[in-house]
Design a protein around this ligand. Structure first.
Ligand SMILES: N[C@@H](CCC(=O)N[C@@H](CS)C(=O)NCC(=O)O)C(=O)O
Length: 275
């Protein structure tokens, strides 16, 4: 319980003390001029190996493993803790100032793509892979892809924020978002009890979108919350998470754009960077 009463008009309290207080702002747009680097490949990714960032590098590594040479990419590190997402070059690729952001220079006019779900869909359509074409399977894949995009903010911005990053532990938001996170895990568990992959028999961009978040959660990699959320209960999610983790392209993709070289590589400009 708290005696906080919201003011009549909200004002920006820059000293709120949360982990991301220094980078969160109530306004959009660039804070400084900074051009983005452009490497030799048609696809230029500007990202960081958070769950949202890993989705894209995993798909790119899966496409390369299938033999799509056009999926060769440069992956540049965006340090969100240092405010790189507010540089003018980055904002021109993603006006929402969040990683991941992609430029496709393969055509006459460069194409920008932002939002990880849009990037997955763009690449899957461009290369005709990891997206079923049969209408029912296609619809199922898109349904789960968009489920992830709508659900993960409750896990990350809701549960993860209040459990791990807020300046103090508050029972009401932690309870509310722990309940929702467990409900989401149960949605996945019930689905994976009857389906090998999320969208059916085939591995698709729906698995690639969901795995870094919910696979990471059941494997104990997110927020130190495995015990708190009793993740061992979700046996089908665990079975699926381990199967996806065993894929070589997943192992490669999750090591790209790490903020520290101990955990992987900072930038990727050639396949050999990951060997
Ligand atoms: N819905 C977006 C979310 C992206 C997102 O939240 N990115 C975070 C890192 S995982 C970020 O760049 N945060 C920096 C900031 O908020 O300033 C997507 O899926 O691409």
């Amino acid at each position: 319980m708290t005696d906080y009463v919201p003011a009549k008009v909200w004002t920006w309290d820059t000293e709120n003390g949360g982990t991301f207080a220094s980078i969160n702002r109530p306004v959009a747009g660039a804070t400084h001029d900074k051009a983005l680097p452009v490497g030799k490949h048609p696809l230029q990714l500007y990202s960081l190996a958070t769950p949202n960032g890993q989705k894209v590098t995993i798909l790119l590594e899966e496409l390369l493993a299938l033999g799509h040479a056009g999926a060769e990419y440069d992956a540049w590190l965006i340090r969100i803790g240092d405010g790189d997402q507010f540089g003018s070059g980055f904002v021109s690729v993603n006006p929402n100032s969040k990683i991941p952001a992609l430029m496709d220079h393969s055509g006459d006019t460069p194409i920008r793509v932002f939002e990880s779900g849009a990037i997955l869909l763009y690449l899957a359509q461009k290369f005709g892979a990891f997206l079923p074409t049969e209408p029912a399977a296609h619809a199922e894949c898109l349904s789960w892809l968009f489920w992830q995009m709508g659900s993960a903010p409750y896990l990350g911005g809701g549960f993860g924020h209040f459990y791990a990053y807020a300046p103090s532990k508050m029972e009401y938001p932690i309870n509310r978002f722990a309940m929702e996170t467990k409900r989401q895990l149960d949605v996945l568990d019930q689905r994976l009890a009857v389906s090998e992959y999320i969208a059916g028999d085939a591995y698709t961009i729906a698995d690639i979108a969901i795995w870094p978040w919910y696979g990471g959660l059941v494997k104990g990699r997110l927020y130190g919350a495995a015990e708190f959320l009793s993740v061992h209960e979700y046996k089908h999610v665990l079975r699926w998470a381990e199967a996806i983790e065993a894929r070589p392209a997943v192992q490669r993709g999750r090591r790209v754009n790490r903020a520290s070289a101990d955990e992987g590589i900072l930038e990727r400009h050639d396949a050999s960077d990951l060997d």
